[in-house]
Design a protein around this ligand. Structure first.
Ligand SMILES: [Zn+2]
Length: 79
């Protein structure tokens, strides 16, 4: 089991001020749709190794990043 206290304090590295992550099976899911794998009861919080939501090609396209980086990352948006 993943430690309950750990679960309560863990936050998505892309949205540290956001809500707590939700545990679902062997994954922790952020409100922005990113899924962090839990390996040997230890959540892997590396955003580089997390699964992005469907249709999201890069971490810059995450909903929690859209507001923060919309003005400076227009160049990498899909046509
Ligand atoms: Zn997030």
């Amino acid at each position: 089991m993943v430690d309950e206290f750990l679960l309560s304090v863990l936050r998505c590295p892309m949205n540290p001020g956001g809500p707590a992550l939700v545990k679902e099976g062997n994954e922790l899911i952020c409100g922005c749709g990113v899924r962090f794998a839990i390996v040997d009861d230890i959540p892997n919080m590396l955003i580089e190794e997390a699964k992005l939501p469907e249709g999201c090609g890069s971490i810059n396209e995450l909903p929690c990043q859209a507001g923060a980086s919309a003005s400076k990352s227009r160049s990498d948006q899909a046509p």
